[in-house]
Ligand binder design. Structure first.
Ligand SMILES: Cc1cc2nc3c(=O)[nH]c(=O)nc-3n(C[C@H](O)[C@H](O)[C@H](O)COP(=O)(O)O)c2cc1C
Length: 338
């Protein structure tokens, strides 16, 4: 077996599951993962995922149709469980025969898993803990993405390397598991595959793809940044549980602190309930991310980015990023086999 074949063999299960050449997913990134990046990723042999984020069902319908016009290859759709129109969004995916739905943002609500599976789509979820992973597998989820705190965007408290060690030996035999968070080079991909992962998911590394529509200012901030610039947001009020978000340091981080104070005060005064308070925080992030990704306001918008941002050094086509990752993974396996 040649070394490239060795990598293909390690990726076989994940690639078969996704219907792709490589078991590498470009994780959904709100405002970033739209038709252009998603189709470029899938056309290059990886797996693109549309970020539905706060889109309405009509917008998602249009985005899926537009993506299909740009690629005949498989791609997925990422839905956030707390979206108020989740049912309608699931119907939109079903009407387009979307092959893979990725559910993010907490425990899937009752019925969502069954409805997605009834549409014929494969369902991927993010388990924060091993117990949760086992529960999701029992509920019929087809694959899991384990994402560590090195990742960009909303994060949990545990690192990718610890999650991978805790979870892969216990669950990788049951369903394909994709590892995400902090992956910047192919050597790490080879390592996780050898530990039993079916594949990997990267986000930060694909933001500066030439095909990505993110504003040039957003891309420049990524190219300039180092790992230690990608910091997790801080929760200021113990009564207001805020899911931490990893983003590049800027004035927007302080605006978020101010927003938390404002929402905590409204909570104190009984002006809003906890559910509404948390929704306001999530809307804040969606708006702030849009400001940075689309409008290019990198001072006051949110620059969600993972710690692997230091390994983003230039703008280049998706196919080149993928080829580099594959070459690095192949070389790592070659060295180990020698
Ligand atoms: C700008 C940005 C936006 C993101 N938005 C989402 C999202 O809407 N839904 C989601 O499930 N994950 C989201 N993520 C997480 C990615 O899908 C992916 O899992 C993560 O970036 C992987 O870690 P990495 O950044 O270290 O490669 C986002 C990440 C970034 C950097």
């Amino acid at each position: 077996m040649t070394d490239t074949n060795l990598l293909s063999a390690l990726m076989q299960r994940g690639a078969d599951f996704l219907g792709t050449r490589h078991a590498i997913m470009a994780g959904a990134m709100s405002w970033v993962s739209e038709r252009h990046l998603v189709s470029a990723m899938s056309n290059a042999g990886g797996f693109g995922v549309i970020a539905c984020g706060a889109m309405t069902p009509e917008l998602l319908d249009r985005e899926i149709a537009a993506t299909k016009a740009l690629t005949a290859k498989p791609f997925g759709v990422n839905l956030i469980t707390m979206h108020p129109d989740l049912s309608a969004l699931i119907d939109v995916c079903a009407s387009h025969d979307v092959g893979h739905v990725v559910l993010a943002g907490g425990l899937p609500p009752a019925g969502a898993i069954d409805r997605i599976k009834a549409s014929g789509a494969k369902l991927l979820c993010f388990p924060p803990t091993l117990a949760f992973a086992k529960k999701l597998i029992r509920s019929g989820v087809d694959a899991l993405v384990i994402e560590g705190m090195e990742a960009g965007g909303h994060i949990g408290p545990v690192s990718t390397s610890v999650l991978a060690q805790e979870m892969l030996p216990e669950i990788a035999a049951q369903v394909p598991v994709f590892v995400a968070g902090g992956i910047g080079r192919g050597e790490a991909i080879a390592g996780y595959l050898e530990m039993g992962a079916a594949g990997v998911q990267l986000g930060t590394r694909f933001v500066c793809a030439s095909e990505c529509i993110a504003h040039p200012n957003f891309k420049k901030a990524f190219i300039r940044a180092s790992a230690r610039d990608a910091v997790a947001s801080v929760q200021i009020d113990p009564r207001l549980p805020v899911i931490p978000v990893r983003a590049l340091k800027n004035a927007g981080g302080e605006l978020f602190t101010a927003k938390q104070r404002e929402v905590a005060q409204a909570l104190d005064e009984g002006a809003i309930a906890m559910g509404e308070a948390q929704l306001q925080i999530e809307h804040y992030w969606a708006g702030a991310l849009r400001r940075a990704v689309i409008d290019g306001d990198i001072e006051h918008g949110s620059l969600m980015a993972g710690q692997s941002v230091g390994m983003v050094t230039k703008e280049e086509p998706v196919a080149d990023i993928l080829a580099e990752l594959i070459d690095q993974a192949t070389a790592a396996l070659e060295r180990r086999a020698a």
